[in-house]
Design a protein around this ligand. Sequence first.
Ligand SMILES: Nc1ncnc2c1ncn2[C@@H]1O[C@H](COP(=O)(O)OP(=O)(O)OP(=O)(O)O)[C@@H](O)[C@H]1O
Ligand SMILES: [Mg+2]
Length: 452
Amino acid sequence: MISGGPGTGKTTLGLHFLAAGSDSPALLISMGEAERNIRSDAAAIGLDLDHVKAIDLSPGAQASSGAAYTLLEPWEAEPTDIRARVDEIFPHGPPARVFIDALSQYRHLVPDAFQFRKQVMSLLEYLTRSGSTVLYTAELGSAADEDLQYLGDGILRLDWAPTGRTLSVVKFRGSAFAEGRHTVRLTGRGMQVFERLVPSDHTQAFRSVPLPSGVPELDTLTGGGLERGTVTVISGPTGVGKSTLGVQFMREAARRDERSVVFSFEEKLATLRHRCEQIGIPLTELIASDSLAVEEVEALQYTPDEFAWKVRVEVEDRGARMVMLDSLAGFRQSIQGDDVARHVHALCRYLSNMGVTVLLINEVGTIAGGELRVSDYGISYLADAVLLLRYLELDGELRKTIGVLKKRTGDFEKTLREFEITSTGLRVGEPLHGLRGVLRGVPEMAGESDGR
Ligand SMILES: Nc1ncnc2c1ncn2[C@@H]1O[C@H](COP(=O)(O)OP(=O)(O)OP(=O)(O)O)[C@@H](O)[C@H]1O
Ligand SMILES: [Mg+2]
């Protein structure tokens, strides 16, 4: 049974079911919409129903079938023996796939609820005993809906919410199923379902080794690099070089023949390309050789399920080993629905399980001053490592620093180093001693402003 409110995609789902079995005849029993409308709807979304025979019991077809019984209830004029019509069309028994749309409408063709149950049960039993797989729709909340729920071996529920369409499996006899609400899209090509991401369903064996950045001083700072299959937050104010630093790790990954993907929520590819090429990271070349993909994501383009599906395609079909979300704030704006932290968490857990290294770009609001905020979105607890980029005012000059705030696996250096973006690449200097106030966001040389 497919249950759902008006326009939720019940008919569309049934049409996919019919079209998927084009190697043998199938049957459509239409009770609400006229057969020709259903066929033209199917053609509009590119589904071929040439192999499908139809029994049209829609109100229009009934009226034009001869007898003028407008003053009589339909069942008084002509009791509909569906089984006889099936046998007529399929003398050797019913076909493998049968779609009845909407079976709840049949309630109007029989005198009472008892007759309805009896006839529907007998029809379904006849069809299933003959080996047919039957999909029937019911309008949510209709009088017949409740009766029909008990007749199906499985119930698929379609819903429409402000955040988008969903499908959930209510019951599915004799089998496990993916629980929860899954995102549904209806487009010019019909229905697409994006399964909810359950991180623990996905694992892959991998060796946890540190992945270097290719900048020796930076690798010293991080104790050898970022551990494979961990989540690193790169945190810093605007323009300090967070994305560039992320891409640097990806360039090094490309040298190991590992593919990376950047999901860019705020920045255009052209901007990122320009910035990288200016400092000697050959983004165009990396993209051309398919070592790196940059996907621009528009605001409110995806639901969390859909985005997770995109990430899964990159990881499972295209072998991505490093994924960067740039930035968390952008992710929050682009992904519909609330509870962003939960979705980031699920996504990161999935990626970690698959041995994919994750870089989360986190922009902190203040350029200088203010307290330390690693992340505004309650996700710092899922970070295995935090790289902190900060501006530093030194003798009236604006400089940049980099430090490791935390790293769960392995050792790291607890000092800050100067960080520079030069025309020949990222440069990280020797440890800076004697700095203080870094965690307040206003680093200064100790002793300089002591009023001496
Ligand atoms: N090309 C398309 N792009 C987006 N949405 C589409 C497209 N074609 C159809 N739809 C949507 O599909 C929905 C209709 O799907 P369908 O007829 O399967 O629903 P239903 O549940 O059977 O509806 P009803 O209750 O009327 O029987 C409509 O809401 C319509 O907006
Ligand atoms: Mg319909």
